[in-house]
Ligand binder design. Structure first.
Ligand code: PMP
Length: 301
């Protein structure tokens, strides 16, 4: 059973308060209709454990603003104030040798069917072990990623995670770590909380967001790392059957990071993953500050 951490403090209503004080009313649209948009932001200790930085803060702020705009949620916080809120909370929660994952959520705390909406930015921080993820086995879900006219994947809303949750439950029942969700055309959309990236014939390939995946910040970073490593990178629709014959497959996301996939349903993928191996080494060196990279923006706390 997964036990969610219970950090001592939470950012809410413009300040850092205790966990117990951080409540939302049962009548709010946040609860009644699941109206909220959010971001997960990862913070890394530098390799020498002297500096702690948040990865891609600006990109997360921009996406949160886009999600809020698309769901008609007022979000007046400036980038400077958002950054301050994240760093204030991170400073309170930081402990040596543990990375942090911040969940910044904009909840609709007042309003009714989109009228008179008032929002509040809430930030939770969870400690993370500093280890690289291990390879996982995944399936292909019977649940489908809704299309742009149903539940746009571009909006990182709580509602979007209902299908992902069903897929995770389905995965667990089959002894798998996660599921790949297909879109309405039967092609690869994304996993429950990460994007799908594969290698075929030396080309690193991932679906464009019009296939029903989130506009991923990690995939954007992967594209930039590929450019500097001289690795071919393309976005194109991916058929389901390509999952089974991929040379290499990984799940990519802020929390997932770069997770190699060992098996898709009954298809065992090659053990040797030279392309993702290179890419992952570069990613970890850059987020841990071993090397600087213009595509990896770190904001010190
Ligand atoms: N798809 C979904 C459904 C996700 O929850 C995530 C994680 N935020 C991603 C893709 C990957 O996005 P990012 O790299 O920006 O974290």
């Amino acid at each position: 059973m997964v036990q969610l951490q219970r950090p001592s403090v939470v950012y809410m209503n413009g300040r850092v308060i205790s966990w117990d004080e951080a409540t939302v009313h049962v009548s709010s649209e946040a609860l009644m209709r699941g109206v909220s948009v959010f971001e997960g932001i990862k913070g890394y200790w530098r390799h020498d454990s002297r500096v702690f930085s948040l990865l891609a803060l600006r990109e997360h702020f921009d996406r949160l603003r886009r999600s809020a705009h698309l769901l008609h949620l007022p979000f007046a916080t400036s980038y400077a104030d958002f950054g301050r809120a994240c760093t204030d909370l991170a400073k309170r929660l930081l402990i040596n040798e543990k990375d942090l994952w911040l969940r910044t959520t904009l909840f609709a705390v007042e309003g009714h069917w989109g009228e008179g909406t008032v929002t509040d930015l809430v930030i939770l921080g969870y400690h993370q072990d500093k280890k690289r993820p291990e390879a996982v086995d995944v399936g292909v879900s019977t649940w489908q990623r809704p299309g742009d006219a149903a539940l746009p994947a571009r909006i990182k809303s709580a509602a979007n995670y209902q299908v992902g949750r069903l897929a995770r439950i389905e995965a667990r029942r089959q002894g798998l770590s996660d599921m790949v969700l297909l879109n309405q055309w039967g092609r690869v959309a994304e996993a429950s909380g990460s994007c799908v990236v594969l290698v075929r014939n030396g080309v690193i390939t991932t679906p464009p967001s019009s296939e029903g995946c989130l506009e991923s910040i990690t995939v954007e970073i992967i594209g930039k790392l590929c450019a500097s490593l001289d690795l071919p990178f393309e976005r194109r629709p991916i058929d389901r059957t390509e999952l089974y014959v991929a040379d290499e497959l990984c799940l990519a996301g802020t929390l997932a990071e770069l997770v190699p996939v060992r098996r898709v349903e009954s298809s065992i993928l090659p053990e040797h993953t030279p392309v993702f191996g290179r890419l992952a080494n570069e990613f970890w060196d850059c987020v841990r500050g071993v090397r600087e990279h213009p595509g990896i923006r770190l904001t010190p706390v």
